[in-house]
Design a protein around this ligand. Structure first.
Ligand SMILES: Nc1nc2c(ncn2[C@@H]2O[C@H](COP(=O)(O)OP(=O)(O)OP(=O)(O)O)[C@@H](O)[C@H]2O)c(=O)[nH]1
Ligand SMILES: [Mg+2]
Length: 344
């Protein structure tokens, strides 16, 4: 299935049913009082996060979602039937924004969380409701109110603990395939990965973390050059970055220059993202030259880097342990809050 991560749809709550204008008519009761019932409320449009739904692809086929209208009230004080709510199912991690004004209606991070995106209109009151001591034959009644309508943007932000970043061809997808059961496409040309891939990395029986592999970033990515920019928002939510640097890059730039290019793009895109913890990884160490490059990195950065090779398996186990330890350390420093910040 194609990976769809941003969809725009139009939603409208059902209109409320009109109130009824009616008087009781019975044999032998010359002046029956008012008996017009209220209109039913229109149905709401609800967006709900359902685990197991893994993309927004299903929504891209249907652009207009209308909830059922409420029925009109009737004589004999009968209230009109309420319109059914319409539920749109999305994966957890979907953020919903008002298209026109841009504000966030809700971040559906938690499974089964939901939000009403378009309220149904209220049903109108029938004339019975307007009877008073001085007006026993009211001819007033209300019309139903129209349902709320708006266009919304649904954006699926993958929820991963760890994000893989680096230039195209750095070996990101290969690493994901070695650390998880994911089967991303791998090839020796840049931009093999066009959509993010997720994989679950099992550390041991009670520790695991989710890794997101995104398309390669290139110079100018923060201004939209290449493919990676569009997906940087997916790594925005990760807690730890694994920054992959190829030991034998194809271009003229040195590995350390390539590293700096990506760092620059990150800080231009978002200072918050650039401040995230990062493990620097030298990839493809089986191709040689790794010692010299490692020295340059440790000298420049003042901290150790991890060396890996998907071919020989060097460093993979250490990397998993190190990433898991960093995630735990972060949790101890800053435990995840149990309450979601409310956003509307
Ligand atoms: N020799 C060697 N080759 C590797 C290693 N890791 C990856 N490769 C090769 O490098 C090429 C690129 O690997 P990918 O995993 O597709 O790279 P990527 O970073 O996902 O690239 P994009 O998706 O294009 O950004 C492939 O031909 C891989 O087989 C390694 O450790 N050693
Ligand atoms: Mg790839």
């Amino acid at each position: 299935m194609q990976f769809v991560d941003r969809v725009e749809i139009y939603v409208k709550g059902g209109d409320g049913g009109n109130g009824c204008l009616s008087f009781r008519r019975e044999k032998f009761v010359p002046r029956g009082g008012p008996d017009g019932g209220d209109g039913g409320h229109g149905g709401h449009i609800i967006v709900r996060a359902i685990p197991g739904t893994n993309s927004l692809a299903g929504l891209s086929k249907k652009r207009h979602w209308l909830a059922e209208n409420g029925r009109a009230g009737q004589g004999k004080k009968k209230t009109g039937r309420k319109g059914e709510d319409l539920v749109i199912e999305v994966p957890p991690g979907t953020q919903i924004r008002d298209r026109e004004h841009g504000f966030v209606l809700k971040d559906l991070t938690d499974p089964h969380s939901e939000v009403i995106v378009a309220r149904g209109g209220k049903g109108g009151k029938g004339n019975t409701a307007f009877a008073t001591a001085t007006n026993q034959t009211p001819r007033q009644f209300e019309k139903g109110q129209p349902g709320e309508e708006r266009s919304i943007v649904l954006e699926l932000k993958l929820i991963a603990d760890v994000g893989l970043i680096g230039l195209p061809n750095a070996g990101k997808s290969t690493l994901l395939s070695r650390l998880s059961k994911a089967h991303p496409e791998i090839a020796d040309y840049p931009f093999t990965t066009k959509y993010p891939n997720l994989g679950l990395c099992r550390v041991d029986i009670d520790r695991e973390f989710v890794i997101a592999d995104i398309p390669g970033l290139i110079e100018g990515a923060h201004e939209g050059v290449g493919l990676g920019h569009e997906f940087l928002r997916h790594v925005e939510r990760t807690r730890l970055l694994l920054h992959l640097v190829e030991c034998q890059p194809t271009g003229d730039a040195t590995p350390f220059e390539n590293f700096q290019t990506i760092r620059h793009e990150l800080s231009e895109y978002s200072p918050k993202l650039a401040a995230r913890r990062e493990i620097v990884i030298l990839t493809k160490t089986d191709l040689g030259n790794a010692d010299e490059i490692e020295r340059e990195f440790t000298d420049q950065l003042g901290r150790p880097v991890v060396r890996i090779s998907a071919v020989t398996g060097e460093g993979l186990k250490q990397l998993v342990e190190k990433a898991a330890a960093e995630l735990v350390a972060m949790e101890e420093e800053d435990p995840p809050s149990t309450t979601e910040p409310s956003s509307g």
